[in-house]
Design a protein. Structure first.
Length: 226
């Protein structure tokens, strides 16, 4: 069963919580799951369970603990507004410090990967550009990735976008990434919109979600997962 642990970010000494799950079967590596702006909600918890079932040790940091310990919110107007406020208040440096602490927790036991969704998709891309110790990253529908496309990457990245995403112009993002990084795989899913990794959400197509997961697992295997 997953447990809640506390890790300390080296850059400011802040102790943040994270959902931690041990791998089922032989350990393939570590995966850091970066939330959407809604916190460690049911969809992130389900994703943690999926990664553990695939043989990965999983950490899902509670990214807004500096604003509200253990924050979760509904996928509604109020939850969105609070999540956006917290994301802006937390800033990229705190986010990167927390993710680096997760990398450091996992790195002595094998390769470390990061996967992120929406807000987390942006943070996964930024982590691949800024942090040390990542073997690969998977970025799902990160709203700010287009503005970070030219960043030099320290780790390989795979990107997943929904063709029907009302918030993120998939083809524009793909073009920006490929202009700067033609080596980065960018996949656009024709039946899906935003948040399609969240099974059962209106914009989620299960076949697209499962294909994206298989592509991510294969990408991680290419970059060191056992």
């Amino acid at each position: 069963m997953p447990e809640i642990i506390t890790l300390t970010a080296a850059h400011d000494g802040f102790g943040f919580t994270a959902l931690h799950a041990q791998p089922q079967g032989a350990r393939k590596g570590g995966v850091i799951v970066i939330q959407e702006i809604f916190g460690l909600d049911q969809y992130i918890q389900e994703d943690v369970a999926r990664w553990a079932a695939r043989g990965f040790e999983v950490l899902a940091p509670s990214m807004f603990d500096r604003q509200e310990k253990g924050f979760t919110a509904g996928h509604d107007e109020a939850g969105f507004a609070t999540g956006v406020t917290y994301a802006k208040a937390n800033g990229p440096d705190n986010a990167m410090g927390d993710i680096q602490a997760c990398i450091d927790f996992l790195k002595d036991r094998g390769p470390v990967f990061v996967v992120g969704y929406c807000y987390g998709g942006t943070m996964a891309w930024l982590a691949a550009a800024r942090l040390q110790g990542l073997s690969a990253a998977s970025s799902y529908y990160g709203g700010q990735v287009v503005g970070m496309a030219k960043f030099e990457l320290k780790a390989p990245v795979i990107v997943h976008l929904g063709a029907n995403d009302p918030h993120i112009p998939a083809e524009e993002v793909k073009a920006a990434i490929w202009t700067a990084h033609p080596e980065v795989p960018v996949h656009v899913y024709e039946n899906s919109g935003h948040g399609f990794n969240n099974d059962g959400r209106p914009d989620s197509d299960l076949a697209d979600a499962e294909l994206a997961r298989e592509r991510t697992v294969a990408f991680f295997a290419e970059h060191g997962a056992a």
